[in-house]
Design a protein around this ligand. Structure first.
Ligand code: NAD
Length: 343
């Protein structure tokens, strides 16, 4: 039913977007949702298998930089709000070639903003309908041992990925200030959980361990990230989308600062318990023996940590998943998913 108010989700075949779609349709079963995703290497329909036959879920394979397509979507559907996840998201790829990052993350965001503005202005709903920009704590740069980023920390992106996200956020903000669009921005720390592409840290650790190949850890392994379980992130987005005032920014943290080497070690210990036969057959005392330090990433940010007091105080959010149980669930999901042969 194209006349019905419809939420537009971009990048919903990727990691966080697909988890959000599952979360949203479970919690708002009467809503209608349209997912536009280009299905780059990072997105897969597998992530949405369980919901693709629902009547209130629609999918369009397309590029957010395709202005004609985005315009057609707004002509055909009554888009009541946008949650914008679509982006090139892998820092290492951005260091090799930044072009796609500027194209999708900056230009794509601009086209969504501009098209939404035109259509919502025409309907006289510009200040009501929400545009929620999904962002990352990486826009704030890198921290040493102490301190945390808060919402007023100036942007200081240090790699092409985070620079493209910072650019997109600033554009979104400017559409709020210039035209009175109803923009909100949320910047979260590193997510983990089911449905993440294998190239990212946690799935890489699991897949390398299961195939008994060396587990690559950059530099000295002491770079610190704050890990947020993806479902906790989805609940935060839900609250911010529905309750935040226009032009507000919220940081979302996991409260789980860990060095990469600690994460790798914990995952290997979980696998030691889960897959003892595989470990023994490979004559490993522990999957930890596979951990190998590799040459550091260029410009590797040392530490990210966000202060999310504002979200907690103003909107009453707090993460519910403990890192230990979240990691265990995550490892079990991938082991199950990849159906690792036991022989
Ligand atoms: P992902 O790479 O898993 O998914 C991105 C999705 O966007 C993919 O399905 C891809 O096909 C789609 N996409 C890319 N370019 C597109 C385009 N031009 N048009 C349409 N679709 C396109 O990324 P993710 O980890 O799910 O991240 C989602 C969002 O959250 C991103 O904006 C990212 O910056 C942000 N974020 C991610 C993390 C994290 O830890 N993963 C943390 C904070 C913020």
């Amino acid at each position: 039913n194209k006349q019905k108010p419809t939420m537009l989700i971009t990048g919903g075949a990727g990691f966080i977007g697909s988890n959000f779609i599952h979360y949203f349709l479970k919690n708002y079963p009467d809503s209608q949702l349209l997912n536009i995703d280009k299905l780059t290497y990072a997105g897969t329909m597998e992530n949405l298998r369980e919901i693709e036959s629902l009547n209130n879920y629609h999918f369009i394979q397309g590029d957010i930089t395709d202005e004609i397509l985005i315009n057609n979507i707004f002509n055909e559907y009554d888009i009541e709000g946008i949650i914008h996840f679509a982006a090139e998201s892998h820092v290492d790829r951005s260091i090799i070639d930044a072009r796609e990052f500027i194209q999708s993350n900056v230009l794509g965001t601009m086209i969504l903003l501009q098209t939404a503005k035109a259509h919502w202005e025409e309907k006289d709903v510009l200040s009501e309908r929400r545009f929620h920009q999904i962002s990352t704590d990486e826009v704030y740069g890198s921290l040493e041992e102490t301190g945390k980023f808060n919402e007023n920390t100036p942007y200081d992106p240090r790699n092409p990925y985070s620079a493209s996200k910072a650019g997109a956020n600033m554009l979104a903000k400017s559409f709020g200030s210039t035209y009175g669009m109803n923009i909100v921005i949320s910047s979260s720390s590193n997510n983990y959980g089911p449905r993440q592409h294998e190239e990212k840290l946690i799935p890489t650790i699991i897949s390398k361990a299961l195939s008994r190949e060396s587990i690559p850890i950059y530099g000295d392994g002491k770079n610190i990230r704050d890990w947020l379980y993806v479902e906790d992130h989805c609940r935060a987005i839900d609250l911010i989308y529905h309750q935040a005032n226009p032009l507000e920014t919220y940081n979302i943290g996991g409260g789980n600062e860990k060095a990469n080497i600690e994460i790798a070690t914990e995952i290997c210990e979980i696998l030691d318990q889960l897959e003892p036969d595989l470990r023994k057959r490979s004559s490993l005392d522990s999957f930890k023996d596979l951990i190998t330090f590799t040459e550091d990433r260029l410009g590797h940010d040392r530490r990210y940590a966000v202060d999310d007091t504002k979200l907690k105080n103003e909107l009453g959010w707090k993460p519910v998943e403990q890192l230990e149980s979240g990691l265990k669930k995550t490892v079990e999901w991938y082991v199950n998913q990849w159906k690792i042969p036991t022989l």
